[in-house]
Each structure stands twice: as structure tokens, then as C-alpha cells.
Design a protein around this ligand. Structure first.
Ligand code: AMP
Ligand code: DBH
Length: 543
């Protein structure tokens, strides 16, 4: 048996038995999944990246050879490897090679910088960091050099021009017989948007994750004829698994990669590749809808537009069919597990006004009050969930897990929802200390800690402020110490600490003191209300 990853809470045996007996966990791994698909239709195209068309056989062979090459570098079962790749074909080579080795990818996003990457490497005690040469004008090799300076001994592999590091394309060896992981082993660590000082890592098993996208395929109508466009960052859970690229590869369909999500890149790809399914966050859907109104490109192949990651406004929902001729599917999911979809044949008003219902008959969903008591049917409350693809705890986070999960294993999503009589979820708000900036989640505490490192900051509280385009942006309230700093200076300070750009506050407001709750905590609700009362009208006046 290969070693299972220590520090990952798992399901009690009773649930393991139940999920196996129900046929959710079928006892095969990612490595086997690709092997089967390649055997069934070796010639079919699996991945399209620019002019590169990679068949299932090619992907299968590349995964084997890369796995053997990585083993030659000393990377083996259970080793963590931080993977930060953009939407390029190498992403899949790397994933399936690591899966076959039983090594554990830690999925970073292309926008992450020194603070995040070095944290992932240190915290997961990674053996290697796999990145790209240049993405969106940013030289990741420079970042890698800074990471190595903080994490000595880390191996770096680079897709593209490697600079001082090893080229990913040079990692190649004759395929070797590998023992491979067990279906119940951790396949990878996914990121949580989180609500705490440091991002949390989410351990997902082969069994549970494969179930989530295999079942998603049925709900979303994914078959071998599906052409899926990966336009969001493909390491994110939504485009990876809902049903995402992995779902489509499971079905033997075709994954087309867009390096950038803008209409000038995406629309020609939809036309050329006859894309049938694509996923977007709400602001992106809005940009596509605006651009599609007078595009010359033929988008008629598009059957389904999925919108999720943040709440889709009714306005956007209403425009999807008239403008794109496609069915809207709302997707409300989380990297921790639970994913809800509106069904393709749901009545229009359900598709427009709800975030759908869970994948699995065994997804247990509770809506509770502050004391964990179920609310009356249809009332609003906190969403708790457990089920066959929802984790029972974060990676190495015992203390946090005690708060983020109930004693009987429900995950506290931090979302405030209600259920319609038909059982559809409507997201009404959020109780977690997080900002959802157009689908990009920001943990307030993480940004506050960076602000607090500035000598002129006595205290900081980061909250959301409403935004027409992104839904929310971040506003940092700061109590200054000594001479009043400039807002610009604080923003620059945070950026220069090496944080992903989306976490840098959009606005800084100085206050003498924070409003307090009854027990003397900072009242973020009052801060948000102050924004609505004072800031929003002021910004509107200024246009
Ligand atoms: P994460 O836990 O970082 O994967 O982020 C998942 C969170 O994103 C959920 O708990 C929600 O707060 C939010 N989210 C995802 N999809 C939607 C949606 N369709 N509507 C509203 N919020 C969403
Ligand atoms: O926001 C998310 O994390 C998300 C949204 C839709 C997700 O993880 C998913 C679907 O699987």
C-alpha cells in the first residue's frame, strides 16, 4: 500500500461503506481513468492548446513518461508538488503524471505571488514547484528564484524557457511500472478561498473527486461529443470539476484551452472548435454577453453557459438565452465539496433565480440558525453540508477544523441560504469573513495581517463594498498610528509584500476607531453599512 497523506481527516468507516455500496466511489484512480479512455479511443483529441491537438493516446503516453522522469528526480508517492500553470496543455501532463506517481499536486493559481507560493511550498513541505516561464507579462522564473531563496532545496521545473531552472520538457524517461496510489488516497490539495490568516488546503481523494465530476457529467449532459472551453484558470475547482476539464476527459470529450478569457480570444475559439460548454464567473459572463451582442463570430455551437463562483444576477441570467442562444446553468460550488446545479430542463424561473440543487442524493444539506438548530422550511440560515465528495477536514489544520466542521462532520460553508419548496438553494449572503470579488475569494484576515505589518497602521478591518461589475470589491478600514499614511502608500506596501493582485485592497478608508459589537469585537456589519450609507452615495455623486 502507498502511504496515505498524513494530516488529512477522512470519512468514518460507516460512510465509506455507504458511499461505496451506493456506487459513488467506484475504486479507480485518475491514472486508470486516463488509461481506459486512451484504450477506448486513442485517436480522439483530448486537449487543444493553440495549434496543438493532443490525443488521448498522446496524453496517456506523456503522463507515463513524465511520471517516470519525475521519479528519476526523486519525486515519489506522497510527495507534494506545488503546481502553478496557466491554461496550457502541460497542465494535464503534469496532473496525470503526478496522479500516476501518487505524488500530490498542490494547485496554485497563476495570479499567486511570493507570499502565497512560498507559503504553499513551506506548509506542504513540497519537493518541487512546477511553473511556467512567462504568463500575462509576468516572469514566473523570477518568482521561482525568490521562492527558492526562501525554501532551499525546492526543485523547480518550468514549462517553456526554463532560464536557470530545469525545463519540464526535459523531464522524460522510459515509462516504468509504478505501484500507483489507491482510489482512497489523497489525489491532490485544492485551495480554499478561506476566511483565515493563511489559505487552507483541501485534500481530495481519487474516489470522491472522480465521483463528483462523473455525476456532474450526467447533470450537465457531458458526453464524448462535448467540446469544453477552459477559459477560467483551469486549476480552479469550478473549471476543473464542475464538470470542468476533468469531467470532459472522463467522458472522452474535448478540452479546448483559452489562455485569456477575453472575447477576442474566446469567441474565435468557440467558432473554430465548435465549443458546446463553457464556464464563467458572473463578471466574465457579463463581458461576453456585451461583446456577443455584435460579434462577427459564430457562437451557435454553444449549448450551455455555466455561471458560478459568485451570485449570478437575474439581469445576466435573463440575457443568456436571447444573446447566446445557450441554456444558462447556475453553479454554486466550493472546493471543499458540495456543488449545486440548476438542471438544464428546469423551468426558466428556477434557472434565473436559484443556484440549483446538489449533485448527489447523499449530499446532506442543513440550513441552521446561529445555535445550529434547523430553521423553519424556507427560512434563511447557515448552510451546513456533508456527503460523498465533501471533505471532513482541511489538510493539517486541526484547530481550524474543530470550528469549520460540526462534531458530526458537517462542513460549515459560511454561506447564508434558503431552500425553495422544490429544494433549490438560493444564496442570500455570507457569514464568513471573506470578500467575493467576482468569484475570487479573499480572506479578510489575510489582508488585514499584511496591512498590520505597516508601521503607520494601528488596526485594520477589511470588508466588502458593493460593485456593479464585480459584485463586491474590498475596502480596508484603517486606524492609523502616528502620522497619517496615504492610501496609495498602503496599497503599494501590500502589493510589494508579494501578494496576488486580486487581494490588494481596492480602497482604503481611515477612521479614528472601529465600531464595536456588543462584546467589543470590530463590527464589520457596521463598517459595511457605513459604506452603503456614506461611500456609495459619494462615489455615485462623483460618477
Ligand atoms: P471556495 O470555498 O474558496 O471554493 O469558495 C466557494 C464559495 O464561493 C462558496 O462557499 C460561496 O460563498 C461562493 N460561491 C460559489 N458559487 C456561488 C454562486 N453560484 N453564488 C453565490 N456564491 C457562490
Ligand atoms: O466558487 C467555487 O469555488 C466554485 C464555484 C462553482 C466551485 O468550487 C465549483 C463550482 O466547483
Amino acid at each position: 500500500m502507498t502511504p496515505s497523506l498524513p494530516g488529512c481527516p477522512t470519512w468514518p468507516e460507516k460512510f465509506v461503506q455507504r458511499y461505496r455500496a451506493a456506487g459513488y466511489w467506484r475504486g479507480y484512480t485518475f491514472g486508470q481513468m486516463l488509461r481506459e479512455r486512451a484504450a477506448e479511443h486513442p485517436e480522439r483529441v483530448a486537449v487543444v492548446d493553440g495549434d496543438r491537438h493532443i490525443s488521448y493516446r498522446d496524453l496517456d503516453v506523456r503522463a507515463d513518461r513524465l511520471a517516470a522522469g519525475l521519479r528519476g528526480l526523486g519525486i515519489g508517492a506522497g510527495d507534494r508538488v506545488v503546481v502553478q500553470l496557466p491554461n496550457i496543455a502541460e497542465f494535464f501532463d503534469v496532473c496525470f503524471a503526478l496522479f500516476r506517481l501518487g505524488a500530490v499536486p498542490v494547485f496554485a493559481l497563476p495570479s499567486h505571488r511570493l507570499t502565497e507560493i512560498s507559503y504553499f511550498c513551506e506548509f506542504s513541505e513540497a519537493a518541487a514547484y512546477i511553473t511556467v516561464d512567462v504568463e500575462a507579462g509576468f516572469d514566473h522564473r523570477k518568482l521561482a528564484a525568490d521562492v527558492v531563496a526562501k525554501v532551499p532545496g525546492l526543485q523547480v521545473l518550468v514549462a517553456g524557457e526554463p532560464g536557470e531552472f530545469r525545463a519540464l520538457s526535459d523531464v522524460d524517461a522510459e515509462p516504468a511500472e509504478l505501484p500507483g496510489p489507491w482510489p482512497g488516497d489523497i489525489a491532490f490539495l485544492q485551495l480554499s478561498g478561506g476566511s483565515t490568516g493563511v489559505p487552507k488546503l483541501i485534500p481530495r481523494t481519487h474516489d470522491d473527486y472522480i465521483y463528483s465530476f462523473r455525476a456532474s457529467n450526467e447533470i450537465c449532459g457531458v458526453t464524448a461529443d462535448t467540446v469544453y472551453l477552459g477559459a477560467l484558470p483551469i486549476a480552479h475547482n469550478f473549471p476543473m470539476s464542475s464538470p470542468g476539464t476533468f469531467g470532459v476527459l472522463h467522458a472522452g470529450g474535448r478540452v479546448v484551452l483559452a489562455r485569456r478569457p477575453s472575447p477576442d480570444e474566446v469567441f474565435p475559439l468557440i467558432e473554430r472548435e465548435r465549443v458546446t460548454l463553457v464556464a464563467a464567473v458572473p463578471p466574465l459572463a457579463l463581458v461576453w454577453l456585451d461583446a456577443a451582442a455584435d460579434t462577427e463570430h459564430d457562437l451557435s455551437s454553444l449549448e450551455v453557459l455555466q455561471v458560478g463562483g459568485a451570485k449570478c444576477s437575474e439581469e445576466v441570467a435573463r440575457r443568456v438565452r436571447p444573446v447566446l442562444g445557450a441554456t444558462l446553468q447556475q453553479v454554486f460550488g466550493m472546493a471543499e465539496g458540495l456543488v449545486n446545479y440548476t438542471r438544464l430542463d428546469d423551468p426558466d424561473d428556477v434557472i434565473r433565480t436559484t443556484q440549483g440543487r446538489p449533485i448527489s442524493p447523499d449530499d446532506e444539506v442543513l440550513v441552521v440558525d446561529d445555535a445550529d438548530n434547523p430553521v423553519a422550511p424556507g427560512e434563511t440560515g447557515h448552510l451546513l453540508t456533508r456527503g460523498p465528495y465533501t471533505i471532513r477536514g482541511y489538510y493539517r489544520a486541526e484547530e481550524h477544523n474543530a470550528r469549520a466542521f460540526t462534531p458530526d462532520g458537517y462542513y460549515r460553508t459560511g454561506d447564508v441560504v434558503r431552500l425553495t419548496p422544490a429544494g433549490n438553494v438560493v444564496v442570500e449572503g455570507r457569514a464568513k469573513d471573506q470578500i467575493n470579488r467576482g468569484g475570487e475569494k479573499i480572506a479578510a484576515e489575510e489582508v488585514e495581517n499584511h496591512l498590520l505589518a505597516h508601521p503607520a497602521v494601528h488596526d485594520a478591518a477589511v470588508v466588502s463594498m458593493p460593485d456593479d461589475y464585480l459584485g463586491e470589491r474590498t475596502c480596508a478600514f484603517v486606524v492609523p498610528r502616528g502620522t497619517l499614511p496615504k492610501a496609495r502608500e498602503l496599497i503599494k506596501f501590500v502589493r510589494e509584500r508579494g501578494l496576488a493582485a486580486y487581494k490588494v485592497p481596492d480602497r482604503v478608508e481611515f477612521v479614528e476607531q472601529f465600531p464595536q459589537t456588543g462584546v467589543g469585537k470590530v463590527s464589520k456589519r457596521d463598517l459595511r453599512e457605513a459604506i452603503s450609507r456614506e461611500l456609495v452615495p459619494e462615489l455615485k455623486r462623483r460618477g
